[in-house]
Design a binder for this molecule. Structure first.
Ligand SMILES: NC(=O)c1ccc[n+]([C@@H]2O[C@H](COP(=O)([O-])OP(=O)(O)OC[C@H]3O[C@@H](n4cnc5c(N)ncnc54)[C@H](OP(=O)(O)O)[C@@H]3O)[C@@H](O)[C@H]2O)c1
Length: 389
């Protein structure tokens, strides 16, 4: 059977790798729709290669360019456009690979339309994990993780009743063995030079501060319904063990593979089938040689600790955490603050947050908006001036 798929964020790191997987799985998938923000040249190449019936872009201007160029193509735009794509019940699966909060509403729309989700966009679960997982269960929808760590756990977790804990690995990023002072004043170039993974800018900066690992712990809590006390993080610089599951009898089952996002993307969109798509070299233990593991340094990477604390406190703390971090990361990428100031700003916002218990989806978006505005104000009034001084 040919599976019908839509990809949100087709021009990004995950989106382009997903299309490489589809190319190798010729005949098994039909691309219903693609979505991009503003990279129209790349989206045009993808339209010509994969022939979607519909596309969504980030703005009306981008939509006009495509409507003029492709007469038979249906073009929508903006947040409403993404929701429109996710309302199309002809889809079997939607890969959500946009970055940031824009992933949440389309994901919920697809779930309500009984469409399975391959989820790369972790912000969706960090912001509204309880709601998303409840809706997925009510609508009989599979949420298939694309993050390599969660894909690994999905593959290892075959006996929930016997589970002791989840073990999530982290490469440690570019500053693992650098002095903390050096890390705090790192340049954008240094922070974006991830030693193992080639990813979008937001997740790469989050990987440098280990915030990404904190977001992944929250994601794992929701995806697998496991208490925070039973989720352990461990640093594993080689990124060969993608994560593991420890059972009550002491057995540990880990998933291994060379660091490549093609594998978890293919696993998610083909689930439950395992097929040969993108060819990988056979795994060679002898060539890998040494695998090392160490405890994360919570003092050097305070955002990892803060994210786990926010997850434990629940309420709207993770909404605040996510919004403040996204704004602080973009301020760093805009050259307004230093890398070290990201954690100061996010900690400041979380400390002053007045949490709302069990927020509904409207409250989540209201809190998200408010926190973003406050974070921008804080950056302008306190940090930008300090950086310029
Ligand atoms: N990259 C990885 O290896 C990896 C691994 C695990 C999880 N993830 C997660 O997957 C998600 C995507 O990560 P990524 O690294 O692929 O990010 P990325 O390279 O920055 O790609 C983001 C995608 O979203 C699109 N986009 C951005 N703003 C948009 C808007 N306002 N409206 C519509 N589309 C918009 C971009 O379009 P344009 O470029 O056309 O503007 C692009 O296609 C993130 O949530 C990340 O945490 C990524």
């Amino acid at each position: 059977m040919v599976k019908k798929i839509t990809i949100l964020g087709s021009t990004g790191s995950i989106g382009t790798q997903a299309l490489q997987v589809l190319e190798k799985l010729e005949g098994k998938f039909e691309v219903v729709a693609l979505s991009a923000g503003h990279n129209i040249p790349l989206l045009s190449e993808q339209i010509e290669k994969f022939h979607p019936k519909r596309v969504c872009v980030g703005s009306q201007e981008c939509a006009c360019i495509l409507t003029t160029k492709y007469k038979d193509l249906e073009v929508v735009y903006g947040d409403e456009g993404l929701i429109d794509l996710c309302s199309d019940k002809s889809n079997d699966i939607i890969l959500v690979a946009v970055s940031g909060k824009i992933g949440l509403k389309p994901t919920l729309t697809a779930i309500k339309n009984h469409i399975d989700i391959a989820l790369a966009n972790k912000e969706t679960l960090v912001m509204a994990g309880d709601i998303v997982m409840r809706e997925a269960a009510m609508n009989g929808v599979n949420i298939l993780p694309v993050d390599s760590e969660h894909s690994a756990i999905h593959q290892c977790l075959n006996n929930k009743a016997g589970l002791r804990r989840l073990i999530i690995t982290a490469s440690g990023g570019p500053f693992l063995h650098k002095h903390v002072a050096e890390m705090k004043k790192a340049t954008q170039e240094q922070a974006l030079a991830h030693p193992r993974w080639n990813m979008g800018k937001k997740i790469t900066i989050d990987s440098a501060t280990l915030m990404n690992k904190g977001l992944e712990v929250i994601e794992a809590h929701h995806l697998f319904n496991v208490d925070y006390e039973n989720i352990k993080t461990v640093i594993h610089p080689q990124s060969v063990v993608h994560s593991a599951v420890e059972y009550k009898d002491g057995s540990v089952i880990a998933q291994l593979g060379l660091p490549s996002m093609h594998i978890p993307i293919q696993y998610a969109i083909c689930y439950p089938e395992r097929i040969e798509g993108i060819k990988t070299d056979s795994f060679d233990f002898a060539k890998i040689g040494t695998m090392t593991f160490e405890e994360p340094d919570f003092n050097k990477f305070p955002l990892l600790k803060l994210a786990i604390e926010c997850g434990k406190k629940s309420g709207s703390y993770t909404v605040c955490l996510n919004a403040a971090d996204e704004e602080a990361v973009y301020a760093f990428l805009d050259g307004k603050i230093s890398l070290g100031e990201i954690s100061d700003i996010v900690s400041d916002m979380v400390q002053h947050h007045k949490s709302v218990a069990n927020p509904d989806i409207d409250e989540i978006f209201e809190i998200d908006k408010m926190v973003r505005e406050e974070t921008k104000r804080l950056i302008e009034n306190k940090y930008s001036k300090r950086s310029k001084a």
